[in-house]
Design a binder for this molecule. Structure first.
Ligand code: MV4
Length: 448
């Protein structure tokens, strides 16, 4: 087992990893920017190294500085958390070259799954259901139009280097193809330095349901049930839950088996997530594979009573997985609390937290790095806490979340807590009646 792990991240996930390391008897090294000097991850780690100024590019994305921090502290592994360098092939390679274990995917895996068109081709070959569309990249606009006519409009034009909806265009008719093609390519080239495009039939009003998997160094892959992440706004998830209110036992088993096939096809090692689009008929299609731990991993931990970070570290150290699948024993919901004003177009609201009261009680978990007196710096992601509740049924879970949200007091900044309270009281949310379009029509000022 590793003796010392450097955590190349900040905020709640840095703290989350430090906690598991402590429980495993592993020493920890925090890295921090000058804006994060007073952060809890710095205080709770055994050692801390400043890696640069506030700007992420110069600190949390500064690969030479982070490698140097690992070398001077003698860390034998680096945990990247999510975001930042977690899916950076060059960083994974740098770790390998310096004899430091990267607790995440190999450079080859990151590159293979980071290219969406390539990932899709791999999944088709493995027999994982995918949305009908182009076979690989489109050669030119002419080929795109021809395939669109064949599969039928509406179609989705997607950037192979994309993700989070960037470089993606929904096209309803042939006349709109040229404009979508050139603007998507320009956007994609500017954002990723790659303008490769592929095409798919548009899946209308889908749900976003993803399967958590784990694979070990000996070729064994298992699934750990699904999460429903359909409640999102502009590709930012707001609420995640497990199990999905839309999934029955049959869908769960089918999607689980497809995700295992996906993991086996690429010899996946570590914890990962296979994302699917699910239509109203319960047809499901591979969308993307995430080769990192995700923000929403706690809802899976809660329903199967399992520490995913511990599993991730054990797999990286060469331990075998048990090989069995894990089915939901409970229901769990996570609300992402952001320092944003939900009444003012989600405008960021960094600043000093004057008063803080975190909710507690049975089945209530708060993953956060904030404390009373802490100042949220303006340089990073606006997520400041994850409120995770679990109960025997979805109905109890929603009531518990409503109770926990009503106890959560954060003064000094605006947060999305009032939005979540409204969502917990929404009849369609309560009925499990939602798709990825839910937030487009949700009105926070609506009176139920
Ligand atoms: C789609 C789709 C409908 N049909 N592909 C959005 C981000 C990227 N990962 C893929 N996305 C979508 N791909 C086809 N063929 C709809 C979306 C989509 C979406 C997917 C998951 C969660 C939220 C979403 C919001 C808008 C569009």
């Amino acid at each position: 087992m590793f003796k010392k792990i450097l955590i190349a991240n900040r905020g709640e996930i840095a703290l989350r990893v430090i906690r598991t390391c402590k429980e495993m008897g592993i020493a920890t090294v925090a890295v921090y920017s000058t804006a994060d000097q007073d952060s809890l991850h710095v205080k709770f780690a055994d050692e801390a190294v400043c890696i640069g100024p506030p700007s992420s590019t110069l600190s949390y994305l500064n690969m030479p500085n982070i490698i140097a921090a690992a070398e001077i502290t003698n860390a034998d592994a680096i945990h990247p958390g999510y975001g930042f360098l977690s899916e950076n092939a060059r960083f994974s390679e740098m770790c390998r070259d310096h004899g430091i274990k990267f607790i995440g995917a190999s450079p080859e895996m990151i590159e293979g799954m980071g290219d969406k068109s390539n990932a899709k081709a791999t999944m088709i070959a493995a027999g994982v259901p995918c949305v009908p569309g182009s076979e690989g990249l489109l050669k030119d606009v002419k080929e795109g139009k021809k395939i669109a006519k064949n599969i039928g409009y509406p179609v989705m034009l997607k950037a192979t280097a994309g993700g989070g909806g960037r470089g993606m265009r929904l096209i309803w008719k042939d006349e709109d193809f040229d404009e979508a093609w050139s603007s998507a390519r320009t956007e994609s080239k500017a954002a990723f330095g790659n303008d490769g495009m592929y095409l798919e039939k548009f899946v209308e009003e889908p749900r976003h349901i993803e399967i958590q998997i784990a694979g070990d160094q000996y070729g064994k892959v298992c699934h750990l049930s699904e999460r429903d992440c359909s409640i999102q706004r502009r590709h930012q998830k707001l609420i995640e839950e497990a199990p999905s209110p839309f999934a029955d036992e049959e869908l769960r088993n089918k999607m689980g088996e497809a995700a295992i096939k996906a993991g086996e096809a690429i010899n996946y090692e570590g914890v990962g997530t296979v994302e699917f689009l699910v239509d109203k008929y319960k047809n499901f299609y591979f969308m993307e594979m995430n080769v990192r731990i995700q923000v929403e991993h706690p809802v899976t931990e809660e329903i199967i009573n399992f520490d995913l970070i511990k599993e991730q570290i054990k797999i990286a150290a060469g331990h075998p997985i048990s090989g069995q699948n894990y089915l939901p024993q409970k229901h769990s919901i996570e609300c992402r609390i952001n320092a944003e004003d939900p009444f003012n177009d989600f405008r960021p609201s960094p600043g000093k937290i004057d008063v803080l009261h975190k909710p507690g009680g049975h089945g209530v978990r708060v993953d956060t790095h904030i404390y009373a007196g802490y100042t949220i710096p303006p340089h990073y992601d606006s997520m400041v806490a994850k409120l995770i509740v679990s109960a025997q049924t979805r109905e109890e879970c929603i009531l518990k979340m409503e109770r926990a949200l009503s106890e959560f007091v954060v003064e000094g900044i605006k947060t999305t807590i009032p939005l979540h309270l409204k969502l917990m009281r929404d009849p369609d949310f309560k009925a499990g009646n939602f798709t990825t379009k839910f937030m487009e029509t949700f009105d926070i000022n609506k009176i139920n």
